[in-house]
Write a protein that binds this ligand. Structure first.
Ligand SMILES: [Fe+2]
Length: 407
């Protein structure tokens, strides 16, 4: 169980246990460069962790062929499911050990990458999943760990954490340790072009939320701020492009880079109320993470405006190159940009399924999450949180069974 941390403690954690960026390959077919690096670094028996869906798409044929040509014996573990459970990961650990694998090569979305992180950590430490749950429980470095993300949004390819679902209690468990950061990552547009528009939009809005929540955190680091700003710029410009044309590989590359940078930024500076509320809504209504964030984000931008006008104005100046106007006016223009992006991506205004009987628990848990883990710029009261929930419920909404889930 993670302990409650003050803002100062959060900052000290980042300083004492710094998270470095993984070595990065970018470009079409950079997956092959990553496989070459793994082989050159001594990997002879990689465990390829992925989902069955990707294997069916035959996206992996080239990388499997490449490993084979390099003289590697690849073991494929394709048992990862969305929101991986202890059982799934224990299965992966068993396969990894039985085949004496010497590295882990993950190709997939956030769930696949999270599962692969824990498999790589447990195998090198010779422990089970339960022993690495929590903060700084990974004693020795993981197996050499390589990642090719097939969505652009979760940022798991950059972060120091993994989420596991505990089957009996349906609770999310976290493994948090800088050792979970991959050795190297390939952002390969070829691996992203089959992503459907709805998932492209939802995951991209997750990345935008990471960047904005990081940028408005009071836990500030200059490199995280720089990366968050660049991510915001790239996402506002190129996310609508890839939503409309998934085969625009240049735009795909830039959106995937933005996701990577946004995740680095939030890994250092933390998140905020969008995620705190979103996690509760997903727990109650199984709403997809990215889409839930996209719906909540405009509400939190308006909630934070009274204390973040200067930050939002800075972003607007960067985006427009215009500095005429007060901070408040420029902040309004930035918020309107986010509104417009949501409209272009057909993000609904709310959820029809929100039920008032759940409000009390949602509010309690959301405020607790924010208080415990995030360095938010403005504290929210229960009444303010209730107003936001009511606004989301009242807005023209969508039903969760009509929404796209990204894995
Ligand atoms: Fe997120």
């Amino acid at each position: 169980m993670l302990k409650r941390l003050s803002n100062f403690s959060l900052k000290m954690f980042t300083v004492l246990f710094p998270s470095e960026k993984p070595l990065l390959f970018t470009g079409v077919n950079s997956t092959i460069e990553l496989a070459s690096l793994a082989r050159a670094s001594g990997s002879k028996r990689p465990l390829l962790v992925t989902g069955k869906f990707l294997l069916k798409l035959e996206l992996l044929d080239r990388v499997l062929e490449h490993f084979k040509n390099e003289g590697c014996e690849v073991t494929v573990f394709d048992g990862v499911i969305p929101n991986p459970t202890y059982d799934v990961i224990e299965d992966g650990i068993r396969v990894c050990k039985e085949n004496n694998c010497d590295s882990v090569f993950a190709v997939g979305g956030g769930s696949t990458i999270d599962a692969a992180k824990v498999i790589a950590a447990c195998c090198s430490n010779n422990v089970g999943v339960e022993q690495v749950i929590g903060l700084l429980k990974v004693k020795q470095p993981t197996l050499p760990f390589y990642v090719v993300p097939t969505t652009s949004g979760t940022g798991s390819e950059t972060t120091n954490s993994a989420v596991i679902s505990e089957t009996k209690t349906h609770q999310k468990k976290f493994v948090v340790d800088p050792k979970l950061i991959p050795s190297a990552v390939a952002l390969d547009a070829n691996m992203l072009k089959s992503l459907p528009p709805k998932i492209t939009a939802a995951t991209g809005m997750d990345a935008l939320t990471h960047a904005i929540e990081s940028y408005t955190s009071v836990n500030r680091f200059s490199d995280a701020e720089r990366d968050a700003k660049l991510a915001i710029k790239l996402l506002l410009e190129y996310l609508p492009v890839v939503y409309e044309d998934g085969n625009d590989l240049e735009a795909r590359q830039l959106v995937s880079l933005a996701s990577f940078l946004a995740a680095y930024a939030f890994n250092k500076s933390g998140l905020g109320y969008v995620h705190a509320i979103s996690h509760q809504l997903s727990a109650y209504y199984n709403t997809p993470h990215g889409l839930t964030n996209a719906i909540i984000l405009p509400q939190i931008l308006r909630f934070n405006k009274s204390v973040c006008a200067d930050r939002f104005a800075n972003l607007e100046r960067m985006l427009s190159g215009v500095s005429i106007g007060s901070d408040e006016q420029l902040a309004d223009r930035f918020i309107e940009r986010v509104d417009t992006l949501g409209q272009r991506l057909n993000i609904p205004g709310g959820f029809k399924e929100l039920e008032t009987k759940h409000y009390e628990a949602i509010i309690r848990n959301a405020l607790k999450e924010a208080r415990s883990f995030y360095a938010v710029p403005r504290l929210m009261s229960p009444a303010q949180c209730q107003d936001i929930l009511a606004s989301i419920a009242a807005s023209s909404g969508t039903e969760t069974n009509q929404m796209a889930h990204a894995t």
